[in-house]
Design a binder for this molecule. Structure first.
Ligand code: ZN
Length: 114
């Protein structure tokens, strides 16, 4: 697992790609204070293959799946069971890579307690 602030993103990532990540804002609270968890990197092009962006302010999470950064607002996520299901499956797949305390706090939904 790699956890990093945007300021100190992995050396494996392309410089311009890091620049784009640094511009991202949480679509719900508009904070630019985001944490990025990297699960895998496509080193040929220097981008995150799979990862998770978490807003430090409101704890909403945004998956990076197959290099695609998915930053949808709550309304879309909560009204589309298919999106919610795929996000939860993604969290489940990588839950071992995330701190338990963080997992519990994620919004707008997170894995249910066992
Ligand atoms: Zn936020």
């Amino acid at each position: 697992m790699e956890y990093i602030d945007l300021e100190s993103l992995s050396e494996k990532l392309d410089k311009d790609y890091k620049g784009v990540l640094a511009l991202l804002q949480c679509p719900m609270c508009h904070s630019g204070a985001l944490m990025v968890y990297i699960f895998s990197v496509d080193e040929d092009v220097g981008v995150i293959e799979d990862g998770l962006i978490v807003c430090k302010s409101c704890y909403r999470f945004y998956p990076i799946k197959s290099q695609c950064i998915v930053m949808l607002p709550d309304q879309v996520r909560l009204e589309n069971p298919g999106i919610q299901k795929s996000h939860l499956e993604f969290l489940k797949k990588y839950q071992e890579n995330l701190p338990y305390e963080l997992l519990k706090k994620l919004r707008p939904y997170t894995l249910s307690e066992q």
